[in-house]
Design a protein around this ligand. Structure first.
Ligand SMILES: [Ca+2]
Length: 99
């Protein structure tokens, strides 16, 4: 089939563009502005694509996040260079992205 979600579910890896389609297909449109961050966060093995397992794993940690965990996850999402702190530049780009 031609849909990203199905290709992904078949075990193929999704690129960022395909990942955005997956978010749309899952009615998670609110995450689309954050797609590059979420994508980066889900890409556990850092190969530049997310596979089905990484997506499910990432989604379940999003869903199970409460309090501190959710906060840490958000923090990781915005900490673009993984420095452990959110720089002014990162904050600015986050606010630009949210606008
Ligand atoms: Ca990956």
């Amino acid at each position: 089939t031609n849909c990203s979600w199905c290709r992904c579910a078949d075990g193929e890896n999704a690129t960022l563009t395909e990942f955005e389609q997956v978010l749309k297909a899952m009615k998670m449109d609110s995450l689309i502005p954050l797609a590059p961050r979420v994508f980066d966060l889900f890409d556990n093995n850092r190969d530049g694509t997310v596979d089905m397992r990484e997506i499910l794993c990432g989604l379940s940690s999003l869903r199970n996040s409460r309090g501190d965990n959710a906060l840490r996850l958000c923090f990781q999402m915005y900490d673009a260079d993984r420095s452990g702190c959110i720089s002014k530049e990162e904050l600015a780009s986050m606010l630009r992205g949210a606008a």
